[in-house]
Design a protein. Structure first.
Ligand SMILES: Cc1cc2nc3c(=O)[nH]c(=O)nc-3n(C[C@H](O)[C@H](O)[C@H](O)COP(=O)(O)O)c2cc1C
Length: 209
C-alpha cells in the first residue's frame, strides 16, 4: 500500500477539527450514501457490521432529538445540516450467517452470551463511528461528535425502547437498537474555531516494549 501524501494526512488528521459552527451549505442524501459506502468497509469483530446510523436532516427529525440534548449541544446540533445517531443493534448476531458465512458457529457464540454482545456492540459501534468520521473528512465533510445527551431518551424516541414488539417504529426493530454517540456533519465554519488544544506527546501516551 502507498503511504498517503501530506495533503491527505492534513485533511484526515492534522488540519481536521471538531466543528460547532456550520456554513449554510447542504449535504445531499447521495453524499450520505457515499459516506456509508466508504465507512462500512472498516473492520468489525466477526464482520458483524453492528452499527446503525440514523441521519437526521429535517427540522422535524432534529426537533425529536432536541429534548435529549445537553444544553451546550442544542444550538450546534440544530444548526448542522445533518446529525447522525451512531447506534448499535444488540441482535447483530442474527446477521452473522450473511456477514460471516464461513463460520456458522459464530452466531451462537454471541447469542448465548449477553455480556459479550454488549461489549462487542459498544466497542465496534464506537469504531464504526470513528470510521464514519474519517470517511466524512475524506469526502470533504466536517464533523462534530457529541456524547452530551440522554441515551435513554434517544432510544425511547428513535428506537422504540420499552415498547411492544408490534409498535412498528419506522426502520429499527423495537427495543434492541441503542444509541452510542451523536455526530454533527456538514461543512464547518473555520472562522469560528478556537485554537486546537494540545495532545499528549509520544512519550506521555506510548511505550515501546
Ligand atoms: C465521543 C466524543 C464525545 C464528545 N462530546 C462532546 C459534547 O457532548 N459536546 C461538545 O461540545 N463536544 C464534544 N466532543 C468534542 C471534543 O471535545 C473534541 O473533539 C476534542 O476537544 C478535540 O477537538 P479538535 O478535534 O478540534 O482538536 C466530543 C468528542 C468525542 C470524540
Amino acid at each position: 500500500m502507498d503511504r498517503l501524501n501530506d495533503h491527505a494526512l492534513d485533511v484526515l488528521f492534522r488540519k481536521a477539527r471538531t466543528y460547532s459552527a456550520w456554513l449554510p451549505k447542504p449535504v445531499p442524501d447521495a453524499l450520505l450514501s457515499e459516506l456509508y459506502e466508504v465507512a462500512k468497509l472498516g473492520p468489525t469483530s466477526a464482520n458483524a457490521c453492528l452499527a446503525r446510523f440514523v441521519f437526521l436532516r429535517s427540522a422535524a427529525a432534529k426537533e425529536r432529538l432536541r429534548p435529549a440534548l445537553a444544553a451546550g449541544n442544542v444550538a450546534k446540533t440544530m444548526a448542522s445540516p445533518v446529525t447522525v445517531i451512531i447506534a448499535y443493534d444488540l441482535k447483530f448476531y442474527d446477521k452473522l450467517r450473511q456477514l460471516f458465512p464461513h463460520n456458522p458457529a459464530m452466531r451462537d457464540n454471541f447469542a448465548n452470551n449477553p455480556q459479550l454482545i454488549e461489549q462487542t456492540a459498544r466497542r465496534n459501534s464506537t469504531l464504526q463511528g470513528a470510521y464514519l468520521m474519517l470517511a466524512a473528512r475524506a469526502l470533504g465533510l466536517d464533523c462534530g461528535p457529541m456524547s452530551g445527551f440522554d441515551n435513554a431518551r434517544v432510544d425511547e424516541e428513535f428506537f422504540a425502547a420499552g415498547k411492544c414488539e408490534d409498535c412498528g417504529e419506522e426502520f429499527f426493530p423495537v427495543g434492541h437498537v441503542k444509541s452510542n454517540f451523536l455526530c454533527n456533519i456538514g461543512y464547518g465554519d473555520s472562522a469560528k474555531l478556537l485554537p486546537r488544544n494540545p495532545r499528549l506527546d509520544f512519550s506521555e501516551a506510548c511505550t515501546l516494549m
